[in-house]
Design a protein around this ligand. Structure first.
Ligand SMILES: [Zn+2]
Ligand SMILES: [Zn+2]
Length: 135
């Protein structure tokens, strides 16, 4: 048992991972999310404050969903998100497509680098290597 206080309602609950909120609040948060999502679909030009007030969900919570890429905004939405790296306009998440692909490349690089080392034959090659040095 890993008891924690729910970060939403403060009740003790058995923490199993993910967000530190209890089952009941999880359910409520999901309902809030659906409400917000639907509201945005019906009111694509609503601002953050309007969404927050109409759905009775904190702007902080809405911004968290945006960062988690659960909410998307159209280009005519007054909610303008900016890439955290270059400041370009984005519709969801934290980074623009450009920065994201750059970051993905960096990830690939660091994945690719250790590979040749693994492929190098272990001790066998030391002889061949020495001969190579002699010539
Ligand atoms: Zn709770
Ligand atoms: Zn960017």
């Amino acid at each position: 048992m890993n008891l924690r206080n729910c970060s939403r309602c403060g009740k003790m609950f058995n923490y199993i991972g993910g967000l530190p909120i209890c089952e009941n609040c999880k359910k409520l948060a999901e309902e809030d999310f659906q409400k917000v999502k639907q509201f945005i679909e019906e009111n694509p030009v609503a601002g953050l404050k309007e969404i927050s007030e109409s759905c009775e969900v904190s702007t902080k919570q809405i911004q968290q969903w945006i960062r988690e890429e659960r909410l998307m905004f159209t280009s005519d939405s007054p909610i303008q998100l900016q890439c955290e790296k270059c400041g370009a306009k984005i519709q969801t998440g934290r980074f623009c497509a450009n920065c994201r692909s750059k970051m993905a490349n960096n990830l690939n690089d660091s994945f690719a680098r250790p590979k040749p080392q693994l492929q190098q034959p272990v001790k066998k090659e030391s002889k061949a290597g020495m001969r190579f040095l002699d010539t």
